[in-house]
Design a protein around this ligand. Structure first.
Ligand code: HEM
Ligand SMILES: N[C@@H](CC(=O)c1ccccc1NC=O)C(=O)O
Length: 284
């Protein structure tokens, strides 16, 4: 390769004929991906493309989060703790990327958004089945949410399956029991399709781990992975709330909720309450 007059010339080996082989665009199906942005405002509003791409990129990352959480659950079931932790770490980094991404959408002013919000009709992030799958996989289950997906049989089936099967937390607690920890039977035998409810009898199990970290190092680190993940999701939720507030103030949402107030309530939930309660007790 050489540079002549500021232009980098192609090396001799660089492929340029892709008529019969795999290329970047064909491997990534860019024809499909890049032809799926259709602003609905009439005439098309300049900022609607930002809104669409922000959501599409978020949904792509959410797809990977679901994939990794399913893997983490499977690996925990198979007693493969280290690879499970790798998936959890990846999820945490994806969520952090999604949180960073809010700053792009925050460049959309209330006046600009108001100019095309009407084109969204009753569409809302509330109808994201991948987001709901993640909440379900982490224990925030609610069968009422399925109603939103009645018109989408594939999404409905995927969510029903995740609703009815155990969570990542259930998988971790079963692993703890297999490794000799005194996980209460009522926790192990719980109805996994129900939302997680704090189990005070589980706190001594975590207390034993946190009070002798050397003896339980990898389990202790996994508990902290879960806390890290929850932390990352709460920060994402908070940035969503802040972005919504600066964009639509206290207007009701297009999904039919009260808007900011509805989103505030989600911040009160915790996926792993015993991992918070144990902190009150450590060293005390
Ligand atoms: C200007 C941008 C945005 C506004 C004004 C906004 C507004 C809202 C509002 C008001 C809700 C409550 C449900 C409703 O009644 O509609 C909601 C829910 C939701 N939004 Fe957004 N949103 C924005 C961007 C995003 C983005 C980029 C995502 C990324 C995927 C997203 C994901 C969600 C999710 C998952 C929910 C359901 C939350 C839950 O059930 O706890 N939103 N949004
Ligand atoms: N709920 C939003 C609308 C909204 O944000 C939205 C609409 C269509 C597709 C994705 C959306 N994002 C997240 O809720 C609003 O009330 O303005």
């Amino acid at each position: 390769m050489s540079i002549e007059n500021g232009v980098r010339s192609l090396e001799d080996g660089v492929h340029t004929d892709f008529s019969s082989t795999m290329s970047y665009g064909s491997y990534l199906e860019l024809d499909v991906l890049l032809s799926a942005q259709h602003p609905r405002s009439e005439p098309p509003h300049h900022d609607e493309l930002l809104f669409i791409i922000q959501h599409q990129t978020a949904e792509l990352w959410l797809k990977l989060v679901v994939h990794e959480l399913l893997a983490a659950r499977r690996l925990l079931d198979a007693d493969e703790l280290s690879p499970a932790r790798k998936s959890l770490a990846r999820v945490k980094h994806i969520i952090r990327t999604l949180t960073e991404q809010w700053s792009v959408l925050a460049t959309l002013t209330p006046s600009e958004y108001a100019e095309f919000r009407g084109a969204l009709g009753s569409a809302s992030g509330f109808q994201s089945y991948q987001y709901r799958a993640i909440e379900f996989l982490l224990g925030n289950k609610n069968p009422q949410m399925l109603a939103v997906f009645r018109a989408d049989p594939a999404a409905h089936a995927m969510l029903s399956d995740i609703l009815e099967t155990h969570t990542v937390y259930d998988a971790f607690l079963r692993l703890l029991a297999r490794r000799g920890h005194d996980v209460p039977a009522e926790v192990l035998d719980r109805d996994v399709s129900a939302a997680w409810v704090e189990a005070p009898a589980l706190v001594p199990v975590f207390r034993a781990i946190y009070e002798d970290t050397a003896a339980h190092w990898e389990l202790y680190e996994t508990c902290e992975d879960l806390v890290d993940l929850e932390d990352a999701i709460q920060v994402w939720r908070f940035r969503h709330l802040q972005t919504v507030q600066r964009t639509i103030g206290r207007k009701p949402g297009t999904g039919g909720s009260s808007g900011v107030k509805f989103l505030q309530r989600a911040l009160e939930l915790t996926f792993f309450p015993e991992l918070i309660t144990v902190r009150t007790e450590i060293g005390g």
